[in-house]
Design a protein around this ligand. Structure first.
Ligand code: FES
Length: 142
């Protein structure tokens, strides 16, 4: 009998100790990059992955970094922020080379950053991008 309250308390403490870890995991996977802060594009160059993942005429969305990278028919790369210019939502969907905002349905061309469908009226912000050693590096200073 006397052991039960102690065991029960240990369980509670163990559960409390795990809670912050679970919370971090959820924040990292959240649509806005975590917590109360607004989503943001990289503030420094980031390695997005293998250059070979983006075919000529195609695009790839790096939702975790809020960046889309496209490649034109000649092989040149372009990168844009995927923070919607309408009200700041993080765009989480790419259909071929069209980005679709989940909040109010704005659409953008991943090859040019231009608006394809309102309500957004301003193009996506372009980011520096380059290929280095077979990797895609994007963000300020890339
Ligand atoms: Fe993207 Fe409104 S925030 S359409």
């Amino acid at each position: 009998m006397s052991g039960r309250p102690s065991a029960s308390r240990r369980s509670i403490l163990r559960g409390a100790a795990l809670t912050p870890v679970a919370g971090l995991g959820l924040a990292a996977c959240g649509p806005d990059g975590g917590g109360a802060s607004a989503p943001a594009t990289p503030a420094a160059p980031v390695d997005l992955g293998a250059e070979s993942e983006i075919p000529r005429g195609g695009a790839k969305l790096y939702a975790d970094h809020h960046v889309v990278v496209s490649r034109d028919a000649h092989g040149a790369l372009k990168a844009f922020s995927t923070i919607c210019t309408h009200a700041g939502c993080a765009i989480n969907r790419l259909r071929d080379t069209t980005l679709i905002c989940p909040c109010h349905g704005s659409e953008f061309d991943a090859a040019t950053g231009s608006v394809v469908q309102s309500p957004a009226t301003q193009p996506l912000a372009e980011l520096p991008v380059r290929a280095k050693g077979g990797r895609i590096i994007a963000g300020p200073g890339a």
